[in-house]
Design a protein around this ligand. Structure first.
Ligand SMILES: [Zn+2]
Ligand SMILES: [Zn+2]
Length: 143
């Protein structure tokens, strides 16, 4: 269950390719307003930390979306590539990006109080409101 799973994915135009040596076993959803605006709905992503090997980085456009994070996309085809904490370059990659994600488990949802009420996920996950999300991650990521 805990063996390392190497996974690779490419953007739609295939100019950018990213590989993680250790696809973590879990993914989460972010319901914040910015994520929903960025991708059209809740942002489902895999935390890859600093474990990302990137080719075609000259095609990557990085947008500073807040004081603490950047969002990257392919300048050629617009595919979303990662959300990144500015301080430590911890990156989260969209769930749909990698080719091989069958073993991943939906584990947590953050900013649940900002969620679009028109849909919900049936999986039983950890649920964190905005306050709970900041309490959990801000101390680690911000300070
Ligand atoms: Zn592309
Ligand atoms: Zn978000």
């Amino acid at each position: 269950m805990n063996q390392k799973l190497r996974a690779t994915g490419k953007c739609l135009c295939e100019k950018v390719s990213m590989t993680t040596a250790d696809l973590s076993g879990k993914f989460g959803a972010c319901h914040c307003v910015m994520c929903r605006k960025w991708g059209g709905s809740a942002f489902l992503s895999i935390g890859c930390g600093n474990d990302l090997e990137i080719t075609g980085s000259e095609y990557i456009c990085v947008f500073k979306s807040s004081e603490w994070a950047n969002r990257a996309f392919c300048r050629e085809c617009g595919t979303h590539l990662y959300y990144e904490f500015s301080k430590n370059q911890d990156r989260s990659v969209p769930l749909g990006f990698f080719d091989n994600t069958d073993n991943l488990i939906f584990s947590h949802q953050i900013f649940t109080d900002m969620a679009d009420k028109k849909y919900s996920f049936q999986e039983d996950t950890v649920m964190m409101t905005e306050a709970e999300t900041f309490a959990r991650y801000a101390s680690k990521e911000e300070k």
